[in-house]
Each structure stands twice: as C-alpha cells, then as structure tokens.
Unconditional design. Structure first.
Length: 386
C-alpha cells in the first residue's frame, strides 16, 4: 500500500489534492481509505513535508474549502508542539508502559487478554478486523484508531499504554506525539475528564454497515492519571560554527534534509535508523522495512549533493565522527520520542525547521486555541520557499 519513496509520496499527494476540499470534509469520517489522503506515513518521516502538503492543497483550493483537511495536517504539528513543551509526558508514558509490560509477565489473565487483543481474537468483530488490518498493512483510518483505542480501554479494560505501544509497533506513521497524546485523549487524560466512547451506531454508520458490534462499554469514565506537567520553554536552534569540520546526520524523523544544506556544507554524512527504539518489544517487519527503504531512498536522492552516506548505528556515532575528523555534527531537530531517546548524549547541533519554529509556540493549550493561528501560519507557509 505504501511505497516508501519520495516519488510515491508526491504521487499520492497529487492524486488526493483534487479531493482535499468538500469531498474530504463530507466523507473523511467513513472508514474507507478512498476518502482520506493516507499521507501520514510520508509526513511522519518527512519524506514529504507538511509544507509540501499544504502548498499543494492551497494551489488547488481556498483555505476555506480545504479547511478540514488543513486542520488535520496541523493536528500533528499541534501535538508535536504540545509535547515539546512537556516532554516528561513521553517519559511518563514509557515508564508506565514498562510497568504494564511487567504486569503482563506476572498476571496470566492480563497476558491472555492482551495477546488476544493484539492478535485480533477478542470476539468483537470490528476490533478484531482492525487489529489484523493494522498488523497486515501498517495503517488504520483515523476514525478506526479512535474506536479501537476506546474499545481497548473501556470495553476490554486493558492498560492504555499497552494499546499505544501496539500502535507504535505496527503503525507506519507511529509518532510519539500524535500516538501518545491521542491515546491519552481517548482515555480522558489529555483533555482532562473528556473521554471518547465508541458507540455501536456510530461504528455501523461510518463503516457503512460492515459492522454491528454488541457488548461494547456504554460508559467511559476518565482514567486516573497525573495532572499535566508545567509547560516548559520550547527548544532553540543550536549554533553552528562554520569554521569547524562538519558532519551531517540524517534520521528517520526528517528524510528531506535539503533545507539544511543552506546552513551547512558537510564533509561527511551518516544516516541512522532508530526504529527499534519505538518500543521495548519488537517493532513489526512492515514498519522496520518501510523505514529502511525510506532511508535508502533518501540516500539515493541526495547522493549527488552529499556523496555516499554511511549507515551508522546509534551507538557508533562517535566512532564515525573520529574516522572523519569531524568537529561538529548537525542534524534536523530531534523531537521528543524514540529517535531522541536512542541518540541521547550524542554531540549533535540540532536545527529546528522554520515551519516548526513558527507553529510550536502556539501549542500552549488546546487545539481550538491553536486553530485560531492557522490562517497566519498558512500565510507564512505560502511565503516560504521549501
């Protein structure tokens, strides 16, 4: 379904853009991939960027006509900015996940229920279908993700962190901010006290009668959890010394590094894969294979500008630096999540994309306050050469 190349991403974008206006607004909630862009695996790794998507959309539609789709693009941006000001939420998730996995090892009943949910063997036909679809394809429609998370939490009564981890292991677009905070939102932890209840009639309507689930929870009490941590400052771009011998590090979080070449002329380039850091458990083969191929595609696209790229393990960066006599290594900013965790302590100068620097400061509260800034942000996108 998803060829992990820049060309495939552009082709999918071009095919979708004509439908990004009223078609998308009226049909996007139906669990049918024909009604959505399915661009998230490309955007998550920045094979194509949010700016690419927004500019293509605005070239065909007015901001008003494509309002719903534009908002969906900015939801990912909002989640990332929110988490960057509260990175301890990611750390808490990882800690709580490990505690839940420890319970799985010691509580046979929980282990059996968790395994049944992961295998799609619960007896809830829609849920089981989505579990298998995710494992097979690496993708789920957003509405199906919400239903799935709600059933996981409120009907099956499984720890939400195990569900979020199941998604991280199997979603091609698995992203620390979007995934973690969306699961928290369903459970009533993100917007405090507000939960999302999967209703049979809603599922029947938006799956166009494919499913008629019974036995689902009829009430969704908010989960207990710690209050939001205090909002901290946003990161700032590190300083680059133009007089130092410089290396460039490309990560799976940003596979469109051309924008950095206006700021750095690297003597050597390395490419690092951090997919295993997404979970304490094994990440699915489709996810690992997608990222491996996407990294190779990036290396091929930029070989003329950057030369051959060294495939480097996260723990081998210092050795690579020494072998090329590098005095500094520049990379696109590493947001809170697995890649930052995997490269913890590496001596990196991190540069924040202008798109992120413009949008993240507005992710201070809920999305509806952020949404008011979208017209201004769109103006900046249209005036910025990608």
């Amino acid at each position: 379904m998803f060829e992990p190349t820049y060309t495939a991403g552009l082709e999918r974008l071009a095919a979708f853009v004509p439908h990004a206006g009223r078609d998308y607004a009226s049909k996007r909630n139906y669990d049918n991939l024909a009604h959505v862009s399915a661009l998230s695996p490309y955007i998550r790794h920045r094979i194509i960027t949010e700016e690419d998507v927004l500019k293509a959309t605005l070239a065909r539609h007015s901001p008003q006509t494509a309002e719903k789709f534009i908002q969906e693009v900015y939801w990912r941006t909002y989640w990332k900015g929110w988490l960057e000001m509260r990175p301890s939420v990611w750390a808490m998730y990882r800690s709580d996940l490990q505690a839940a996995l420890n319970r799985v090892q010691t509580e046979s009943g929980l282990r059996q229920e968790w395994e049944a949910a992961c295998k799609g063997d619960t007896g809830i036909d829609c849920f089981d279908h989505w579990a298998k679809q995710l494992a097979d394809t690496g993708y789920l429609h957003n509405h199906a993700r919400m239903w799935f998370a709600s059933i996981w939490i409120f009907t099956l009564r499984l720890p939400w962190t195990l569900g979020a981890d199941f998604f991280m292991r199997h979603l091609l677009d698995g992203d620390a901010a979007s995934n973690t905070l969306s699961w928290r939102w369903v459970g009533g932890l993100q917007t405090i006290g507000k939960t999302y209840l999967a209703r049979p009639d809603n599922i029947t309507k938006y799956t166009e009668g494919r499913f008629h689930p019974t036995g689902l929870a009829t009430f969704a009490a908010p989960l207990d959890g710690a209050p939001h941590p205090a909002r901290g400052p946003l990161p700032i771009t590190d300083t680059i010394d133009p007089n130092l011998r410089t290396g460039l590090l490309i990560t799976e979080d940003d596979l469109s590094p051309g924008w950095l070449l206006d700021q750095v002329k690297p003597s050597a380039t390395a490419i690092v894969q951090t997919t295993p850091a997404r979970s304490p458990l094994a990440v699915s083969d489709p996810v690992s294979g997608f990222v491996t191929s996407a990294l190779s595609d990036c290396a091929a696209r930029f070989e003329e500008q950057l030369g051959p790229m060294t495939e480097c393990a996260p723990d081998a960066l210092n050795t690579w630096m020494q072998s090329h006599d590098l005095e500094q290594v520049v990379t696109s900013y590493l947001p809170a999540g697995p890649t930052r965790d995997a490269l913890q302590g590496a001596p990196l100068a991190q540069i924040i994309r202008p798109y992120d620097m413009s949008a993240w400061p507005h992710a201070t509260h809920g999305f509806f306050r952020f949404k008011d800034k979208i017209p201004k942000l769109l103006g900046q996108v249209q005036n910025h050469a990608v």
